[in-house]
Design a protein around this ligand. Structure first.
Ligand code: EPZ
Length: 426
C-alpha cells in the first residue's frame, strides 16, 4: 500500500484516468516576469507589472528587490515596485541560491551604481549552467570582472557603447546585456541574441522605459539612455504552462479551452502535437485542444523558434504512450532527462543515450510514488499521474511551485482527481 503521508515537502496525490474538459486561463509568464522585475532597478520611478504569477521564483525576485532597498508589494495580479530607495548593489547568496535568475540583477545594478556584487549562482540538476557569456559581455563592456569569495564582482569606471557577439545563444545572457545597455548612451550592437518571447517582452519594457532597441534577425541595436523612466506592463502569457496544459488535455483525450495564450509563441509545440494527431484550433488569443496525440514523433529541442527545452519532459509523457518509437534529442542542457528514471517507475520504456532518449510507447502507465528533480520534470510526473492507472504520489513539490501557479487547482477545475498533501514538517 502506498504511503501517502507527506513529510518534508508538499506532495500531490493523483488518481489517474479522468478526462479533462473545460476552460482554463493561462497565467502570466514566469520567465518574462523575472527580467522585467529586475528592469525596475534601472529607474527611480514607480513601476507596475501586471499578470505576474504567484510563484516562489517571483517572490524571491521581489525579496531581492526589498533587500536592495526597493519597495515591492502585490496588488491583485500586479506587482507594484518603487525602486527609488535602492541603495545596495549586492545580491546575497541566500537569495541567489534559491533562484539562479538572480544573475539578472547584475546588469541593472552595474548600470545603476557602476559596481555590482552578485553571489555566484550554482548549477542545478539540469546542468552546470555556466555564466561565462554574461561575464564576457561585461568584460567587453569595460568592467573589471572578478570572482571572489563566491561572488561575482564587477566594477566600471564609465559606461560606453560597445559591440558584442554571444558565442552561443543564451536567454538570460541576452537579457543581462540588454538590461545593462539600455542605460548606456550611444549605439551598441549585440549579435547572436536569444529571441525567446520572454526576451522580446523585456525589450518591450525597456522601450517603454526610454531605450531604443531595434532587432533584425539575431542582432539588436541598442541606444540606451542615462535616464530611464518607470513603466506599466502586462507580461505575456506563460507559453510553457500553456504547453503543459495542452499535453494534459491530450493525455486524457479531453477537450480544453486555453484562455490567454499567444499562439505565435507556441508554433513548434503546436506543430509537434498536431503531427502526433492532436486537434488544436486557434480562437483569437485562445486555443481549443481536443482529442488524443498518439503518433510517435522525433523531438529536437532548440532555441526559439525551435521546440522549447522547457517542454521536453512534458512531451515525453505523451511519447511514452504513443503507438511506436520516438527519439528525443535535448540539445540545450546536458542533464535534462532525470524525469526518465521516475517515469520508468510508472512503466515507461525509455532508454537514455547521452543527449538522446529513445522512447517506446507502452499501452498504459501505472501509478507510483515518484520524486521531482527539477521544475519541468515535476510537471511531467503530474501529467503522467493524470493518465496512469491507479494512484500516483508526486513528492518534492517545491520544484513545481517554483514555476506553476496553482497547477493542481487548474487541473482539478478541468476534472482531474488531484489533491495536495501538505508536508507535516512545514
Ligand atoms: C533560461 O535559462 C530559462 N530561465 C530556462 O527556463 C530555459 O530552460 C533556458 O533559458 C533555455 O530556454 C529563465 O529564463 C529564468 P541559457 P538560462 O543561458 O538563461 C549554456 C525553466 O524551466 N550557457 O539560454 O539559464 C547553458 O549551460 C527554466 O523555467 C553557457 O554555456 O539558459 C545551456 O546549455 C529552466 N554559458 C545553454 O547555454 C552561459 O554564459 C542555454 O542556456 C550561458 C548559458
Amino acid at each position: 500500500m502506498m504511503n501517502i503521508t507527506s513529510y518534508t515537502s508538499d506532495a500531490l496525490l493523483i488518481e489517474g484516468g479522468t478526462r479533462l474538459s473545460g476552460r482554463v486561463r493561462v497565467s502570466g509568464a514566469k520567465n518574462a516576469s523575472l527580467p522585467i522585475i529586475f528592469a525596475t532597478i534601472l529607474t527611480s520611478d514607480p513601476c507596475t507589472v501586471e499578470d505576474v504569477p504567484q510563484l516562489l521564483d517571483v517572490k524571491n525576485a521581489c525579496d531581492l528587490l526589498l533587500m536592495l532597498g526597493a519597495e515591492a508589494h502585490r496588488k491583485g495580479d500586479s506587482v507594484l515596485i518603487d525602486p527609488s530607495g535602492i541603495s545596495s548593489h549586492e545580491a546575497p547568496p541566500e537569495i541567489v541560491r534559491k533562484m539562479r535568475a538572480s544573475i539578472l540583477s547584475l546588469g541593472p545594478l552595474l548600470a545603476r551604481f557602476g559596481t555590482a556584487r552578485v553571489a555566484l549562482p550554482g548549477g542545478c540538476s539540469i546542468g552546470a549552467r555556466p555564466i561565462d557569456q554574461h561575464l564576457k559581455f561585461f568584460a567587453k563592456a569595460g568592467a573589471d570582472v572578478s570572482l571572489k569569495d563566491g561572488f561575482i564582482q564587477v566594477e566600471l569606471k564609465n559606461k560606453k557603447p560597445l559591440e558584442f557577439s554571444f558565442e552561443l545563444i543564451t536567454v538570460t545572457g541576452t537579457e543581462n546585456a540588454l538590461l545593462y545597455l539600455s542605460s548606456v548612451e550611444g549605439r551598441s550592437i549585440l549579435r547572436n541574441i536569444a529571441l525567446e518571447p520572454e526576451v522580446m517582452d523585456l525589450v518591450e519594457v525597456l522601450r517603454k522605459m526610454g531605450a531604443e532597441i531595434e532587432i533584425e534577425g539575431r542582432t539588436a541595436v541598442v541606444r540606451g539612455s542615462d535616464y530611464l523612466k518607470g513603466f506599466h506592463h502586462r507580461v505575456i502569457p506563460d507559453r510553457i504552462e500553456a504547453g503543459t496544459l495542452m499535453v494534459a488535455s491530450l493525455l486524457t483525450d479531453g477537450e480544453v479551452y486555453l484562455e490567454n495564450t499567444v499562439p505565435e509563441h507556441l508554433g513548434s509545440v503546436i506543430d509537434t502535437l498536431r503531427s502526433m494527431g492532436a486537434s488544436i484550433e486557434r480562437r483569437d488569443n485562445a486555443l481549443l485542444v481536443r482529442g488524443k496525440a498518439t503518433r510517435p514523433v522525433d523531438v529536437y529541442t532548440s532555441e526559439f523558434p525551435g521546440f522549447p527545452t522547457d517542454m521536453q519532459a512534458q512531451v515525453m509523457v505523451l511519447l511514452s504512450l504513443a503507438e511506436g518509437k520516438s527519439r528525443v534529442y535535448e540539445s540545450i542542457f546536458e542533464n535534462r532527462f532525470q524525469h526518465v528514471y521516475e517515469l520508468r517507475k510508472m512503466g515507461a520504456k525509455i532508454e537514455v543515450r547521452g543527449r538522446t532518449a529513445l522512447v517506446e510507447g507502452v499501452e498504459e502507465l501505472r501509478g507510483a510514488e515518484v520524486f521531482s528533480t527539477d521544475l519541468r520534470a515535476s510537471a511531467s510526473l503530474v501529467l503522467a499521474g493524470l493518465v496512469a492507472k491507479g494512484t500516483t504520489v508526486v513528492r518534492d513539490l517545491y520544484h513545481l511551485d517554483r514555476g506553476y501557479e496553482r497547477l493542481e487547482e487548474k487541473l482539478k477545475e478541468l476534472g482531474a482527481c488531484v489533491e495536495r498533501l501538505p508536508s507535516l514538517v512545514s
